[in-house]
Design a protein around this ligand. Structure first.
Ligand code: TIU
Length: 227
């Protein structure tokens, strides 16, 4: 079997026909700022421990994906050191003790080049894997992601990362309007709020898959291992 062959992956609301040659793994914002204490997620008042269960399934999936020689893309939410791309509305939102650009234990919060902005060591990108820096919640807004995907002939996305109802959901909606089929993996996405996680997934797969499909990493790993 080769990369051109379609693999049927169990999913809701119906099976996902994965074509490895035209499919990319898109890992959203698995950054220290969201998953470790002292970063942006915690300054917003969240318990970052809620997200840590996503790390191991993502690590296993990324390992299998790399072994199969498929395209993996990482995103990071964050801003220029001069904050010129940070809307004032985003900077002041939430009245947190610390704001984007303020110093924290992992450097300036949500600023590119700082330790907290980088991807967690467990999922660190390998050379050749595109890393897309995004100023917003959606990975297509003000980035070259669409061009990268088009240049590689990608039409399908397996989407993982954090958080389910914020950056994952926004990105899936953006991708849907640009013509991509998205399979969101429930064990590889997470939220600070379990009820939003559940509803975020239901919003994707309702109405016959209005924004895409929801599946599990084990089924995708099983499919790509056959390549
Ligand atoms: N706050 C929250 O749930 N998420 C974000 O601010 N960004 C992402 O989801 N990456």
């Amino acid at each position: 079997m080769g990369n051109d062959e379609i693999r049927t992956v169990a999913a809701e609301p119906y099976p996902f026909e994965l074509c490895p040659r035209h499919c990319a793994l898109l890992i959203i914002d698995m950054q220290r700022d969201f998953l470790e204490p002292g970063g942006f997620g915690e300054t917003l008042g969240n318990d970052v421990g809620q997200l840590r269960r996503t790390i191991e399934p993502n690590r296993r999936l990324l390992g299998a994906w790399r072994e199969a020689g498929l395209l993996a893309i990482h995103t990071r939410e964050g801003h220029r050191p001069d904050l010129a791309d940070l809307p004032e509305a985003k900077r002041v939102r939430g009245h947190g003790a610390k704001r984007i650009g303020d110093p924290g234990p992992m450097g300036r919060i949500l600023v590119r080049g700082e330790a907290g902005h980088d991807i967690i060591p467990e999922l660190y990108p390998k050379a050749g894997e595109p890393v897309v820096d995004k100023p917003g919640k959606g990975a297509f807004f003000a980035t070259d992601l669409h061009a990268i995907l088009q240049n590689r002939g990608v039409t399908q996305l397996v989407v993982t990362g954090v958080t389910t109802e914020v950056c994952v959901n926004t990105t899936v909606r953006e991708a849907n309007d640009r013509g991509y089929d998205c399979l969101v993996l429930e064990d590889c996405v997470g939220s600070y709020f379990p009820e939003f996680h559940e509803m975020g997934l239901r919003m994707v797969k309702a109405q016959g898959g209005i924004f895409g499909w929801v599946g599990k990493s084990a089924d995708v790993i099983g499919a790509v291992r056959k390549i």
